[in-house]
Design a protein around this ligand. Structure first.
Ligand code: COA
Length: 314
């Protein structure tokens, strides 16, 4: 059976650490509230002059190195991001140029915190159809540039980072077993960034009204995130006739520790949106948490709303 198999993982976190104590000096918040309500202790912030494509390129080089694959041999670069270098061209094109993947086609996927799972699913489809042999799938975000740093409801939650995987067509049992994706656009307003799109084009009033920044109704999002992450995990198990006991590692999107009871790194990196799952996957892989033959379940939820899963046989 032709399967899309992950043969290399990589991640990159910017050097600068922003602690909860640092945030106490910026907005009316405190370390105790942040830890109790979110589980986040610190997050990383990209340096001035460091862009999403830079983070993505660092993570990609590490994934390519682990896979032993040359950049020229990549057929597809797909980046899940909502904080690309520009509205367009695609950040994937900038990554392609940076790493020298000159034989690939490249595009971005906009699915907020589900971006990596959506991007992985697109690569799996391309590989299973026979059109693509090797793909580079990336989740990369610099949320710190779209956050309203005067809004304590959101600015304590997010962080910057990137994760990448090399996916290759292989015969056998190992590889992506299934993906399931969902969206519900009726909830777009609960989590979005209005400016500057075609509904709210660039204007001085927009800047004065803080239009360009991420807006979130946290408790409404929280309720939907918990329900959808659970539903989609059950869907992945049932459609493969599996139970929770069959899964060796469960990697949910890292938004809030109260949502999670599995692999956790939100305490150190905050919510890195589309980058959170591939960063955690790379950490788990490099720490020896995943062995050949293990079943790994990736589970995502984000703005749109979007949600989805990917089940991997390692
Ligand atoms: N420091 C101190 N107090 C804060 C605060 C902060 N950083 N942010 C909010 N508060 C206050 C609120 O103003 C509110 O005060 P009030 O009761 O006087 O109005 C109180 O804390 C409770 O706010 P609430 O929003 O009900 O808290 P919560 O328990 O729902 O936690 C979030 C808030 C944002 C942490 C939580 O809703 C969450 O994690 N949501 C989902 C995030 C997510 O998953 N996002 C991305 C999905 S991809």
């Amino acid at each position: 059976m032709r399967r899309a198999r992950i043969v290399g993982t990589g991640s990159y976190l910017p050097e600068r650490v922003l602690t909860n104590r640092d945030l106490e000096k910026m907005v009316d918040t405190n370390e105790e509230w942040i830890i109790a309500r979110t589980g986040i202790h610190e997050r990383r912030i990209a340096a001035e002059g460091e862009y999403t494509s830079d983070l993505a390129a660092h993570a990609s080089r590490r994934a390519l190195e682990m896979a032993g694959v040359a950049a020229e041999d990549i057929d597809l670069v797909v980046v899940g991001t909502i904080t690309g270098d520009f509205p367009w061209p695609a950040t994937a094109c900038l990554v392609q140029e940076a790493i020298g993947a000159k034989n690939a086609y490249a595009y971005d996927v906009s699915a907020a915190c589900s971006g990596f799972v959506y991007a992985l699913s697109a690569a799996v489809n391309a590989i299973e159809s026979g059109k693509v042999k090797k793909a580079l799938v990336i989740g990369a975000e610099i949320l710190s540039r779209i956050i309203d740093w005067t809004d304590r409801n959101t600015c304590v939650l997010f962080g910057d980072g990137a994760g990448a995987v090399v996916v290759e067509a292989q015969e056998g049992e190992s590889g992506v077993v299934s993906t399931h994706l969902h969206s519900d656009g009726s909830y777009w307003e609960l989590l979005h960034q209005a400016g500057f799109g075609s509904r709210t084009p660039a204007s001085r009033e927009g800047i004065d009204n803080r239009t360009p920044f991420l807006k979130m109704q946290g408790n409404e999002v929280f309720k939907m995130a918990v329900r959808s992450l659970a539903d989609v995990a059950v869907e992945a198990l049932q459609s493969n006739q599996l139970t929770v006991k069959d899964i060796q590692l469960f990697i949910p999107h890292q938004a809030n520790k109260r949502i999670l009871e599995a692999y956790v790194n939100v305490d150190r990196y905050g919510n890195t949106s589309g980058a959170s799952i591939p960063i955690a996957l790379d950490e788990a892989n490099r720490n020896g948490r995943i062995k050949e033959g293990d079943l790994v379940l990736l589970d995502a939820f984000g703005g749109g709303f979007t949600w989805g899963s990917a089940l991997l046989r390692w």
